[in-house]
Design a protein around this ligand. Structure first.
Ligand code: SAM
Length: 255
């Protein structure tokens, strides 16, 4: 299991709570000075702005900051629209089911694009019966593409975010591709010794621990491919620069 990191979700919520407390205390003073009540929209905008600045100050990345800035006004708009009350827990549950691994492993869901999948396909050894796994397979699109294009090989996806796993399983079934399977499994519990190629697109956080596991378990000559995220202290044997919009780098280690 991945070592538990302090969760950014709770830190972000704590920032919102502290800012809310501060504004709650300041509000009577401001209203006294203005001689009028502060409109709720102003408060929501101030809440978002201050929380966003504080979030950046704590070293969070830009998507987190944007989320912090827009959340309070969006919540206010949702309340003003008088949406049915069940909608909020439903949205929360859906977000948890999709972004399950953000809180513990600090790995969000973002997907390998087609150009990068094509580049990965070119890196796969020609060996018949080759077995490749995508550790944290998301919606499974990369593996569906590879499996279609390498019918002589086998592809496995491991995923623990419930909704992406269920979708990848379903889409895999519907695609009719036979050399492909998806399992609801923690990547740190999987034995990697039978694999010829391991692919991962995770985040900087799990890379050192995952690479140590791969080094200990993968057989000599097998490939470990990381999309975008380096392994501190371990230079890759090959770097493939993908000509896509985000200038993806595939780092490849021969075990
Ligand atoms: C950035 S996405 C990449 C998805 C897919 N590999 C792709 O490239 O399109 C990372 C995925 O890893 C999953 N994940 C993170 N930690 C995991 C773990 N310990 N076990 C299984 N899946 C995990 C996340 O839920 C997320 O769907």
């Amino acid at each position: 299991m991945l070592k538990r990191e302090r969760s950014p979700v709770f830190a972000a919520l704590a920032i919102q709570a502290v800012v809310f407390g501060g504004l709650y205390l300041l509000r009577p003073m401001v209203e006294g000075a203005m001689g009028a009540p502060v409109p709720l929209l102003w408060l929501a905008l101030a809440q978002g702005l201050i929380a966003g600045i504080a979030t950046r100050g704590f070293g969070f990345s830009v998507p987190w900051v944007i989320g912090q800035v827009v959340a309070p006004p969006l919540l206010l708009v949702a309340l003003a629209l008088d949406l049915p009350s069940w909608i909020f827990p439903v949205i929360l549950i859906l977000l948890i089911l999709v972004f399950w691994n953000v809180a513990v492993g600090r790995v969000p869901l973002f997907l390998t694009n087609r150009t990068t999948s094509e580049a990965i396909l070119k890196q796969l050894p020609k060996k018949k019966g080759l077995h490749m796994a995508d550790l944290g397979s998301g919606l499974g699109g990369t593996l569906r593409y590879l499996a279609k294009n390498r019918p002589d090989a086998r592809f496995s996806g491991l995923e623990t975010a419930p909704l992406p796993f269920a979708l990848s399983w379903l889409l895999g079934r519907l695609s009719g591709v036979k050399n492909l399977d998806f399992r609801f499994r923690d990547i740190f519990k999987e034995d990697l010794s039978e694999l010829d190629v391991v692919y991962c697109f995770l985040s900087p956080v799990p890379m050192p621990q995952l690479f140590d596991k791969a080094k200990a378990e993968m057989k000599p000559g097998s490939l470990f491919i990381s999309n975008s995220f380096e392994v501190p202290g371990h230079k890759p044997h090959k770097i493939v620069k993908v000509d896509d919009r985000r200038q993806t780098k595939l780092m490849i280690w021969r075990m």
